[in-house]
Design a protein around this ligand. Structure first.
Ligand code: MG
Length: 382
């Protein structure tokens, strides 16, 4: 029995993790759950999965949860950053699923690694903001990081059994999002509601908007660089609207190894939970006759400048990727709340990056400070 600490259990990834747990109750159980403020769903999850600990955003949320679950079972209810960290480092958990949204995931992920826990990583921002520190911590503590993101899970699988020095290129595929074929003028008229309808993947609002701007792919590029310890120059992005090829690795001899399947987050999630075993998920098989054809094309950096910005931030390094990520969070939030337009998301990020003076060899405090600065600055720009 593998006991899981699931950070972000009420989000899109967290809910899918629990579907897998539900499907294989003899293999997995929930030792700890954590969420922000969605107490109604969290209370239902507590009822069904009986964790020993939960952590929520603040004391008010903790009180509301207490009211919902009552005193009928032994359940420790924690709150705030300390609560998240405690849930991440819980003694009785074997694997931590890091699936909180955004930069809030960084410190809990580090707490899990510091405690020597294996981490199934869905939170991109941990590696985007502090890749060197996070990977260094994992190495020091002998903790493994298994990717949950579909592209990184694919690359992880394509690299298995091969020599790292034989890798010539890593190709991250991108669906291109719902506005792939929209003109620049059309992009100006996009509303949050339109952007939240992703053609192939079911995801939370933040990542769905990030997919539409291609910032998500940019964050994934940075994530891949750290996760697989490859230079940025070896990573490229190809648009693949069908989302069947989840990513590929090109080797020195010209061989390309790709991982394919129908887009369903339960596949990479289950693989991260049970690695190296593969679970019989009972999902429909990919019927290639049905699929018919797979198409690929270059990303258009003019219409989707966020991708280019992410490459640039990664190249600059230091605290710039943390600034990119934090400014983007503010801009996406503003867009979702109708406070700024779709194309302004990239402008806000770019302007914030331009004003930032990156700190070299940043420690954790520098990264957090840069992110906080970026949030304030981006907010002003919005
Ligand atoms: Mg992805």
């Amino acid at each position: 029995m593998k006991r899981l600490s699931i950070l972000g259990s009420t989000g899109s990834i967290g809910r899918n993790v629990l579907r897998v747990v539900d499907q294989f109750p003899e293999r997995f159980s929930a030792a700890a759950l954590s969420a922000g403020r969605n107490v109604e769903l969290l209370a239902k999850q507590v009822e069904r999965f009986t964790p020993e600990m939960v952590a929520v955003l603040d004391e008010g949320v903790a009180q509301r949860l207490k009211g919902l679950v009552g005193g009928k079972r032994r359940l420790e209810i924690l709150h705030g950053l300390d609560g998240y960290r405690t849930a991440a480092a819980l003694d009785s958990s074997d694997l931590v699923v890091s699936a909180m949204v955004g930069s809030a995931g960084l410190l809990p992920t580090m707490a899990a690694l510091e405690a020597g826990k294996s981490v199934a990583l869905a939170n991109k921002e941990s590696l985007v903001m502090a890749g060197e520190l996070v990977m260094g911590m994992a190495r020091d503590k002998g903790a493994s990081i298994i990717p949950v993101d579909s592209e990184h899970s694919a690359i992880f699988q394509c690299l298995a059994g091969h020599r790292r020095e034989d890798v010539k290129e890593i190709v991250l595929t991108a669906s291109g999002g719902p506005f792939l074929d929209k003109s620049v003028e059309d992009l100006d008229t996009i509303t949050a509601e339109m952007a939240l309808r992703h053609p192939t993947w079911q995801m939370g609002p933040k990542i769905t908007i990030d997919s539409a701007t291609l910032m998500n792919k940019g964050l994934e590029v940075i994530e891949a660089k750290w996760l697989f310890d490859v230079p940025l120059e070896l990573i490229r992005v190809t648009i693949h609207p069908e989302s069947i090829v989840h990513s590929m690795v090109v080797y020195q001899d010209g061989s390309v190894i790709a991982q394919l399947g129908l887009p369903d987050m339960r596949v990479p999630i289950a693989y991260a939970l049970s690695y190296p075993e593969r679970l019989p998920l009972g999902l429909p098989r990919a019927d290639f006759v049905d699929i018919g054809s797979l198409t690929f094309r270059e990303p258009d950096l003019e219409r989707f400048p966020c991708l280019a910005m992410a490459f640039e931030a990664c190249k600059i390094g230091m605290t710039m990727p943390a600034v990119l990520s934090a400014a983007n969070e503010v801009a996406v939030d503003a867009f979702l709340n109708g406070r700024t337009g779709f194309r302004r998301i990239g402008d806000v990020v770019q302007q914030t990056m331009r004003e930032h003076k990156p700190v070299s060899n940043p420690g954790l405090a520098d990264v957090l400070e840069a992110a906080a600065w970026a949030r304030r600055t981006a907010e002003e720009i919005v």
